[in-house]
Every structure is written in structure tokens, then in C-alpha cells.
Write a protein that binds this ligand. Structure first.
Ligand SMILES: [Zn+2]
Length: 273
């Protein structure tokens, strides 16, 4: 019995060792690192997709170019290295062509805001409105080489009737409005603090609607800045212009802190409402 068992063991040993031509597969001791060739490739992590699209804000300044205030606004914009759009009047381009050139040279956007801003004339009939836009474009084109089809109606688009809108559309014009106002046309004169609060509240409101803020401010029409008694309409107008210039850095810093990019008004600007 013992002898039979010994033969069985020997036979098994022979079968396991002597009769196999293929070498036994090497064993990798547990915990041993794999050879480099067999290691799982190192995959670079996918760059994280931005959690939200770029937030755009449109700063706009109406009624210039102004021989005094436009330059001050441009200086603040340059200091922060940001761009804005100027809704210009043809009559003020003709008075201040060098200021208009400066706006262009510094890379800001241009919007046609009519030649005269004269409500009585431009809102008398659709053709009068179109003619005033075309006159503004002639002033723009004399310096820039071509006009612009983006326009902002003086007083806002609610002043335009359907017939005028249709005529403008036929002529390729695109309206741009606003959805945040600085209220810097307050006839009583606004302080920088009021203007900052107006804009900040407006921005927060637009965020709740998920709308890109289009901020209305004024560098202002050309005026005689001398000899204006305190409390007069022109004195308050001047106070508003000074308040805008003073408020602008804090408005810009507020927007930068909220990760806005400063975009130029063009045909791709989303509607204000
Ligand atoms: Zn205006």
C-alpha cells in the first residue's frame, strides 16, 4: 500500500516537472509592482468644463463725444484696460472729431445715436428718424470710413412706432436698448453713491433674470461748462457727468469682482429684454 502510494507520488512529480516543455508562468508575488510596460497608462485629467458661460456686461455711454467728459471716461476705461461702447451723436462728432478719433483709436465700440437727438424732429415721422440716423452715419463715416447699423433711439426704443421700426429694419438697422440705468440724467443731479447703487442694483436684478447687463450711462452732449448758476439745469447736468466719472471705477471693480467680461455692443448683443 505504501509502495503504491510512493509510485503515485513519483509519477505525479514526473508529470509536473519532466513532461512539460513550456516553462511555468512566472509568478508575481502579491504586492509586487507590475512591470512598467504593463502598468495602467497615466491619463491626464480632463480639463474641467467651465461651470458657466462667460458673463458679459456692456457698458454704454450716450450723447457724446464731449470735449471734456468723454476724455475723462476714456482715461478710466484705459486705467482698467476695458472696453465700452459709445452711442454718439453726429452733431457732437462734427464738433469734436478728435475726441471721436480717440474713442476709435482706443478700441471702443460705436453706436449710432442719431445726428441731432432732437425729439421734435426725429419722432415727427419714420423718414425723419431714418434721415437723422443716416446723417449721423455720414459724420461717423467721414472719420471712420464707414457708418454703423447698430443704433440706440434717443429716449429708448419705446419712442419708435411699428412703422418706424419696419423702415429701419428694411434699411438694415439694429436697435440696442439698455436694461440697467445709472439714472445719471436725474434732473436734480445724482451723486456718485446714488449712481453706484443704481448700477449695482440693476446688475443684481439682471443676474436674477439671467440677462446680460447693458448699462446706460452718459458722457454727455457738448455743453458750455462755464457760468452755470448752482441748481440750474446745466449745473445739474454737469453734476451728473462728474458723478459718472467719479462712480466709474467702483462700478468697474464691482463687475470685475463678479467675473464679468466687458463686451462691445454689436449685432450679436442679446436684446436688453
Ligand atoms: Zn441720448
Amino acid at each position: 500500500m505504501l509502495c503504491k502510494y510512493a509510485i503515485f507520488l513519483l509519477l505525479n512529480l514526473f508529470l509536473m516537472t519532466g513532461c512539460t516543455t513550456a516553462p511555468p508562468a512566472p509568478l508575481v508575488p502579491p504586492g509586487e509592482p507590475l512591470a512598467p510596460a504593463e502598468a495602467a497608462p497615466v491619463v491626464a485629467p480632463e480639463p474641467e468644463a467651465p461651470t458657466e458661460p462667460a458673463k458679459k456686461v456692456y457698458l454704454t455711454f450716450d450723447d457724446g463725444p464731449n470735449s471734456y467728459y468723454t476724455g475723462l471716461v476714456l482715461d478710466v476705461l484705459k486705467e482698467y484696460d476695458i472696453k465700452a461702447s459709445f452711442a454718439v451723436l453726429g452733431c457732437n462728432i462734427d464738433k469734436n472729431p478728435d475726441v471721436f478719433k480717440k474713442i476709435l483709436d482706443e478700441g471702443h465700440g460705436i453706436v449710432n445715436h442719431s445726428y441731432s437727438h432732437d425729439y421734435k424732429n426725429i419722432y415727427s415721422n419714420p423718414q425723419a428718424f431714418l434721415a437723422d440716423l443716416e446723417a449721423c452715419n455720414e459724420s461717423i463715416a467721414r472719420i471712420r470710413g464707414n457708418g454703423v447699423k447698430i443704433f440706440r433711439a434717443p429716449g429708448g426704443p419705446s419712442k419708435l412706432d411699428r412703422e418706424t421700426f419696419e423702415l429701419l429694419e428694411q434699411n438694415g438697422y439694429i436697435s440696442v436698448s439698455w436694461n440697467v440705468t445709472s439714472a445719471d440724467t436725474d434732473p436734480g443731479g445724482a451723486s456718485p453713491e446714488q449712481i453706484i447703487a443704481n448700477v449695482q442694483n440693476g446688475i443684481i436684478r439682471m443676474e436674477s433674470f439671467e440677462k446680460a447687463p447693458i448699462v446706460l450711462m452718459h458722457d454727455g452732449t457738448e455743453i458750455n461748462r462755464s457760468k452755470n448758476p448752482p441748481g440750474s439745469a446745466v449745473a445739474n447736468y454737469i453734476r451728473n457727468r462728474e458723478s459718472i466719472v467719479a462712480a466709474l471705477p467702483e462700478i468697474i471693480e464691482f463687475l470685475m469682482a463678479r467675473n464679468y467680461t466687458f463686451a462691445l455692443v454689436d449685432e450679436n448683443t442679446p436684446p436688453a429684454w
